[in-house]
Design a protein around this ligand. Structure first.
Ligand SMILES: NC(=O)c1ccc[n+]([C@@H]2O[C@H](COP(=O)([O-])OP(=O)(O)OC[C@H]3O[C@@H](n4cnc5c(N)ncnc54)[C@H](OP(=O)(O)O)[C@@H]3O)[C@@H](O)[C@H]2O)c1
Length: 249
């Protein structure tokens, strides 16, 4: 990578595994210095850093729980210090768990909303001074098909992800024109999150998807990279579905 290709920092929350890791690798290939954030998977996060560095990219691993504003502040600070600023924030960290309303405790509800929704507000609030000091900035929120369809086995997850769409539009209005804010809404994507359900019900799930397969994390990362690029300056406040057409069924 030449000096000319070196870009400022990109914070990708939850990037030790799955979709976040693919996004971080992609942005690193484009010249961004990426923050590999993890909450528990230290070894996986360091593996991602080594993979990126082996290809000439720049990355730092930063532990932090996105449900904690002070943790998010320190991951933002470390990213900016490591790479001389932040131009891109990808709010990707999230989790889902099967639970009915009766089976969801108040703590579980609050945790799901904190990790899947409040975290995005925290990251934007903490990173905004850095984003504003760049000529242009990009925020991409990783949403879910469940935001549109709802869920009969995870109201907390579906509700938090639906909230991300409202946050995306509100931030897009407030931060235009220099900073665009969009959401990407994946359908079934082959990661640890879907491994069990695809193993147990794969045939039935794939039969409902017009593409007849789950997405690979790299396919979601390619879309995020486009929305995070200078070329996407005229797209803001959108939620882009990448679900193999399942939403039409
Ligand atoms: N896979 C799908 O089919 C699918 C579909 C729609 C939407 N999504 C969304 O896409 C995003 C990524 O999903 P994925 O499938 O890649 O999930 P995944 O394979 O389970 O990976 C989750 C990532 O988020 C991190 N994370 C979880 N909780 C965190 C917290 N409190 N603080 C910081 N990091 C945290 C994990 O860190 P550790 O490794 O340290 O645990 C890991 O890096 C999520 O927002 C998910 O809702 C996924």
């Amino acid at each position: 990578m030449t000096q000319k290709d070196r870009k400022p920092g990109a914070l990708v929350t939850g990037s030790s595994r799955g979709i976040g890791a693919a996004i971080a690798r992609r942005l690193a290939e484009l010249g961004y210095g990426v923050c590999i954030n993890y909450v528990a998977s230290e070894a996986a996060a360091h593996d991602q850093v080594r993979t990126i560095e082996a290809k000439g990219g720049r990355a730092v691993a930063v532990q932090g729980d996105v449900a904690s504003f002070s943790d998010v502040e320190q991951m933002v600070r470390k990213t900016a210090e490591a790479f001389g600023g932040i131009r891109i924030v990808v709010n990707n960290a999230g989790f889902s768990e099967h639970a009915t309303v009766e089976g969801t405790t108040i703590d579980a509800w609050n945790r799901a909303v904190a990790v899947n929704l409040s975290s995005a507000f925290y990251a934007v609030k903490a990173a905004l001074p850095y984003l504003r000091s760049e000529p242009w900035g990009r925020i991409v929120n990783i949403c879910s098909l469940r935001a549109m369809t709802g869920s009969d086995h995870g109201a907390h997850y579906a509700t938090a992800k639906a909230g991300l769409i409202g946050l995306t539009k509100s931030l897009a209005l407030e931060l235009a024109p220099a900073i665009t804010v969009n959401a990407v809404s994946p359908g079934y994507t082959r990661t640890d999150m879907t491994r069990d359900s695809l193993a147990r019900h794969g045939e039935a799930i794939l039969a409902r998807i017009p593409a007849h397969r789950a997405a690979e994390p790299e396919e979601i990362a390619a879309l995020v990279a486009f929305l995070a690029s200078e070329d996407a300056a005229y797209i803001t406040g959108e939620t882009v579905n990448a679900n193999g057409g399942i939403y039409m069924r």
